[in-house]
Design a protein around this ligand. Structure first.
Ligand code: NAD
Length: 380
């Protein structure tokens, strides 16, 4: 019933989960019209275990030139430059940000560096796209990122892949059309079994608190309604897996599974789970129950069970939808179009932080045995 979307890669990495290509849709670029003939010079940083820098197809968009790339690792730097057909390669994102010829930067580095690099790029006058999550476990970084994005008068967008899963896309369109009414209950989950930590820059994934990586699941409410979570009670289960024991990781995190119950900004509720230590079916999935119907892969309402027919927007010729439920190309195109049309991108800094910060507070609640905690709110 429920779409099983591809989670991130496992240690085995054969094939790399999450990065399987979506089924090719020959019609995907039908009716695509350019909104401008301007070409944006984009810089891309980060080509780690997920090869994320090239995965969103900036290099294939007719309104984009990937004018520079950056990687700390020289071999990966060369690979990223090759993948993006780019002649200019910097040794770090910090150096790339200094390049005045660039208009936008995609930060695809390790999660702990996102906030710092995004803030630096915004301060240097660049539009910023960031891989998830927006910040890594720090409420102070969240406030600093919000302030930088507001002051900079530049676009900031977090590339949360669930937003362009086919089911979530349909939920959002139905919600916007008024067909759903109020969302009474949403649930989402990111299940990804990590018996051993996945390779990552300076080991940032080792023992990571599950709810510090909350955006894939939280998108199944925030990405539908544009709302936020106002308070949370979260429970964690102490893990029997070595890297998920508090003494064995830099986060002092004892949990491999954290389940959060949120109050939503429109008075409903949401149950959002993230788990690293439960083998079995994985995925980035969700569903909603509203006052007018229920969306469980299909939309059930008024005695009917229908498959909504909203189609994701056309992609430019040559741009593939890519991995994670065929979401990559759509996220990149949304970011580029927002710059070209000088409008706010779909996943603006407020939504990005409302999705991310709620998870940070959820983890804090789990450490306090489920204490109900208020969540800071961001709105533009
Ligand atoms: N579905 C999704 O949205 C999804 C899936 C996978 C990964 N991600 C995100 O993508 C990002 C990358 O993931 P990964 O697994 O490749 O991470 P990783 O830790 O393997 O790689 C990070 C890379 O960034 C490089 N780097 C770090 N600091 C840098 C700097 N200052 N300048 C230039 N390069 C720098 C490192 O050398 C490393 O190669 C992560 O933030 C992750 O959370 C999101």
């Amino acid at each position: 019933m429920n779409q099983k979307n591809d989670p991130e890669p496992t240690a085995e990495a054969v094939p790399i989960q999450g990065f399987e290509e979506a089924v090719t849709d020959d019609e995907a670029s039908k009716d695509w019209q350019p909104v401008s003939d301007r070409v944006i010079r984009v810089g891309i940083a980060g080509y780690g275990v997920c090869n994320f820098g090239a995965a969103f197809r900036f290099q294939d968009h007719p309104n984009v030139t990937v004018a520079a790339v950056a990687e700390l690792d020289p071999d990966k730097r060369a690979e990223l430059a090759r993948a993006c057909r780019c002649a200019t390669a910097y040794a770090s994102c910090e150096e790339l940000i200094e390049d005045d010829s660039l208009e936008a930067v995609f930060v695809a580095t390790d999660a702990p560096s996102h906030a710092r690099l995004a803030i630096a790029a915004l301060k240097a006058g660049k539009h910023v796209a960031s891989a998830v999550p927006a910040v890594w476990g720090s409420l102070e970084d969240a406030d600093a990122l919000f302030a930088a994005a507001k002051t900079a008068d530049r676009s900031y967008m977090m590339f949360e892949t669930s937003y362009f899963h086919e089911d979530l896309y349909n939920m959002r369109e139905l919600y916007r059309s008024g067909a759903l009414g109020k969302v009474l209950y949403a649930e989402g989950e990111y299940w990804h079994y990590f018996p051993t930590p996945l390779a990552a820059h300076e080991g940032w994934r080792t023992g990571a608190p599950p709810q510090w990586y909350p955006t894939h699941s939280n998108a199944y409410y925030v990405g539908v309604t544009g709302g936020s979570f106002t308070e949370v009670s979260c429970m964690g289960v102490p893990s029997s897996i070595d890297h998920l024991k508090a003494a064995n990781n830099r986060y002092g995190n004892p949990f491999g599974t954290e389940i959060a119950l949120f109050r939503t900004s429109d008075g409903g509720m949401a149950r959002m789970g993230v788990s690293w230590d439960t083998p079995g079916v994985g995925g980035e999935t969700g569903r909603i129950r509203t006052e007018k119907g229920t969306f469980y892969g299909t939309f059930q309402h008024d005695g009917q069970d229908s498959v909504p027919t909203f189609k994701r927007p056309p992609l430019p010729p040559g741009v593939d939808a890519g991995g994670h439920g065929g979401s990559h190309g759509y996220l990149m195109c949304e970011f580029v179009e927002a710059i070209l049309l000088d409008r706010t991108p779909l996943i603006d800094v407020a939504q990005s932080l409302n999705m991310t910060v709620s998870g940070i507070v959820a983890h804090e609640s789990a450490l306090k045995d489920g204490e109900l905690l208020k969540i800071p709110q961001y709105s533009l």
